[in-house]
Design a binder for this molecule. Structure first.
Ligand code: SAH
Length: 215
């Protein structure tokens, strides 16, 4: 076992299992994805610390526990088709890709999208597709999605994402709670026009940047 593998398994026990993450699919996935490959070389030694880490373009790769909490809430099965908004480093997309058969992820920074795409391909996540663009519009060509993970926080749930959620589908998103902070919400589509939601607790994510529709 390499020292990274040892640190990864230690992270799963001390940061995830100890805090109540129980979904075996999530625990197995996070025991496999090499987080050290998704951060820049000088941070590889810190890849498994219990904190978010900086990536390029002023963004962050979320704390491992938050990734686990969000993905556990999505209750994924291998047949699910998943959308992620906010690819960042590609780490959460890789975790999703360990569990679900098809993953579509959108990133607004071209450089991050290209870097994540290369990294995911190199690690063998060919079924995880990365697109550069505004993820608040979803990825209509591949909708509906059984699960949607929004990895950045905004004032409201973008309507396109609610539309592109399958009936029975789950969406996890941080929603701003003025004057500061965010609340992580789990929303389930229960019918054509019906959704229900609950809070998963306070979080702090980088902003979800939503472009206004052209006038
Ligand atoms: N899931 C990532 C964490 C990403 S941080 C990981 O595992 O590394 C959130 C990301 O959302 C940032 O890279 C940011 O550029 C991106 N983002 C913010 N608003 C966006 C939008 N409207 N569409 C696509 N990506 C967006």
């Amino acid at each position: 076992m390499t020292s990274f593998e040892r640190r990864r398994l230690d992270m799963v026990e001390r940061q995830l299992v100890a805090r109540g993450v129980r979904d075996e699919r999530v625990l197995d996935a996070m025991s496999r994805v090499p987080r050290e490959c998704f951060v820049c070389a000088n941070l590889a030694g810190s890849a498994y610390i219990d904190a978010p880490l900086p990536i390029d373009d002023g963004q962050t790769i979320s704390q491992p526990y938050i990734v686990a909490l969000m993905i556990e809430a999505l209750a994924l099965t291998p047949d699910d088709r998943v959308l992620e908004v906010g690819t960042g480093s590609g780490y959460a997309a890789a975790v999703l890709g360990e569990i679900a058969g098809s993953v579509f992820t959108v990133e607004r920074h071209a450089h991050l999208a290209a870097q994540a795409s290369d990294c995911l391909a190199r690690l063998g996540y060919g079924h995880v597709r990365v697109r550069h663009g505004d993820g608040t519009r979803g990825w209509p060509e591949h909708a509906p999605f059984d699960a949607i993970l929004v990895s950045a926080g905004g004032p409201h749930v973008p309507p396109a994402l609610l539309d592109q959620l399958a009936i029975g589908g789950r969406l996890v998103i941080p929603i701003d709670t003025p004057p500061s902070g965010q609340d992580l919400r789990l929303i389930r589509r229960t019918g054509e026009q019906e959704y229900d939601g609950r809070s998963l607790g306070p979080v702090r994510f980088v902003p979800l940047v939503e472009r206004r529709a052209p006038e």
